[in-house]
Write a new protein. Structure first.
Length: 545
């Protein structure tokens, strides 16, 4: 790793990868086997940062508002507070760590090579995947799922199978996070260059000699270092060399637009020269809505992130997290805290900075006993509802405008309601009874979650809230947003951008649906998978010529 300030003003490579994230790191490591590779990462290093490394510090990085934070907060036009990665290793440095593969059906529909998919998952798992410890609270959720009929029990497995299972985690047995950046240990250090704090402003195109009707050819990128110095990196001469965008579901469509690929009228509004009119860039944006119930416990609970998942037959996934950590007056409530934007007290449009500040203040005044408990959550399959992304301005450091249209499709809302019904049954199950106050009904818990100042204490006694209203009012993100450069619309089945040469997009922006219950395993797999495919195709072409 080196800071981009040390990079030459002009340089040449076989592959230029924009984004050293969950897909970009395994992709770069693979392509570096026998080609010169440049990785441009806009963030810094995850190494040496305990807020990334330690499980007990989950949430600290997500709540850091500074420009150097590994998490860049954004608020969708729906009003839901969200976050995008700004660090080598991408979202795998910030997430709750759950590791699970995509379903066989997902692999089949993507028309991926099943053997290579399996090999690619295993390549990833040798470095970053572990079996989590099963302590009391997570075990109670597991047993509750089985008691209410989310069957069969599939034990510990990375596979996506209907029923209840214990999934993998990227936290090892010491509670230390392993990220996609660790996959760079596979890289050829003689052929890879990794630049940190390198923000790409646009991809550079040239025209082939075939005339005006010829496709534009991506041949370089313009990026700036932390001092604002402009650098240019170009592809070496050769028809097989490529630029690959792996900047994530927000960054990849944003960068294509900034480079002149997008809806012509939108680009012209921002005075961007149109390289290719492509109206599907930024379309099909989706974020899996997440809703949860807080269950205060009469007994102590462990600090845990997601270890267990119930994969239901009706398209809802049930997961759980528990416990809180304390540093002075600071309370870190893991996955659920207004500090990180997970704020269900108010409907999305009312989650103002003032409301969040007030909630944090109230949270810090509570006794530690109020934090003894955990959340049971549901996330829906898909989702079916989609939105779109537009440029806010031409600054690549700023967030674009994105709308997800949560629950626009009534089928998504029905899945949420069914998921919440399942959670109600788990809370009332015999298996979960040690972690529930006997005098607290499920309707009271729903009311607490939706109406308390800090998602903990009841504000009023009205318990007549419908589950439909609960789903709409308490919707949050589980950070599984995707789309914007989808296969069949923006890229082809080989992830090549249609209408131009020498440019691919390989990351979650190409997904039509989020894979499995949690996507990170599949995003890492895809980086490895496509790296191998590109090398094989290149070798085959060289053999024939």
């Amino acid at each position: 790793m080196q800071d981009a300030t040390s990079a030459p003003i002009i340089s040449f490579y076989d592959y230029i990868i924009i984004g050293g994230g969950t897909a970009g790191c395994p992709l770069a490591a693979t392509l570096s086997k026998n080609h010169r590779v440049l990785v441009l990462e806009r963030g810094g290093s995850p190494y040496g940062n305990p807020n990334i490394t330690n499980l007990s510090a989950f949430g600290v990085a997500l709540s850091d508002p500074s420009p150097s934070s590994p998490a860049q907060r954004f608020i969708s036009e729906d009003g839901v507070i969200n976050s995008r990665a700004r660090v080598l290793g991408g979202g795998s440095c910030l997430n709750a760590g759950f590791y699970t593969r995509a379903s066989p059906r997902y692999v089949s529909e993507a028309e991926w090579d099943e053997k290579l998919v399996d090999e690619s998952y295993k390549w990833v798992e040798r470095v970053v995947a572990f079996q989590p410890p099963m302590r009391q609270w997570q075990s109670a959720v597991r047993d509750g799922l089985l008691e209410v009929g989310v069957l069969p029990y599939n034990g510990f497995t990375y596979d996506h199978i209907h029923g209840t299972k214990v999934g993998g985690t990227i936290f090892d047995h010491n509670g230390h996070r392993h990220t996609a950046a660790d996959l760079l240990e596979y890289a050829n250090t003689n052929t890879i260059t990794l630049l940190l704090h390198a923000t790409v402003h646009r991809i550079l195109f040239t025209k082939s000699k075939g005339g005006l009707s010829s496709k534009p050819i991506a041949h370089g990128v313009l990026y700036k270092d932390a001092r604002g110095t402009e650098h240019r990196a170009y592809l070496n001469h050769g028809t097989k060399n490529e630029i690959i965008v792996s900047a994530g579901a927000l960054g990849s469509p944003q960068l294509l637009m900034l480079s002149g690929i997008g809806a012509a009228h939108h680009l012209k509004q921002h005075n961007i020269s149109v390289v290719l009119h492509q109206p599907f860039v930024g379309q099909g944006m989706s974020d899996n809505p997440m809703n949860s119930v807080y269950v205060p416990s009469p007994s102590p609970v462990e600090v845990s992130l997601i270890s267990v998942v119930g994969i239901t037959s009706f398209g809802s996934y049930i997961e759980a997290a528990s416990g809180a950590t304390f540093t002075g007056s600071q309370r870190d409530f893991g996955m659920f805290s207004p500090e990180i934007g997970q704020f269900s007290k108010l409907p999305p449009k009312q989650r103002t900075p003032e409301a969040i500040a007030k909630a944090i203040e109230r949270m810090e005044s509570l006794d530690q006993e109020a934090f003894r408990g955990g959340f049971i959550l549901e996330k829906i399959l898909g989702p079916i509802s989609t939105g779109h992304l537009e440029l806010r301005n031409t600054d690549p450091n700023e967030n674009p405008l994105v709308t997800f249209n949560y629950f626009q499709d009534p089928r998504d809302l029905e899945r949420c309601i069914q998921g919440m019904n399942t959670i109600e049954k788990i809370i009332d199950s015999k298996a979960f009874s040690p972690f529930k106050y006997t005098n607290m009904s499920v309707s009271m818990l729903l009311n607490m979650t939706a109406n308390s100042p800090v998602n903990l204490l009841p504000k009023h006694t009205n318990t007549s809230m419908s589950l439909e209203q609960f789903c709409r009012d308490t919707v949050m993100t589980i950070w599984h947003y995707h789309g914007g450069c989808q296969v069949g619309r923006v890229v082809d089945s080989d992830y090549k951008v249609a209408g131009v040469h020498a440019l691919r997009v390989i990351d979650g922006s190409t997904f039509n649906h989020s894979p499995g219950t949690n996507p990170q395993a599949t995003v890492m797999m895809l980086g490895r998978y496509m790296g191998v495919k590109i090398l094989r195709e290149r070798f085959a072409d060289d053999e024939t010529t």
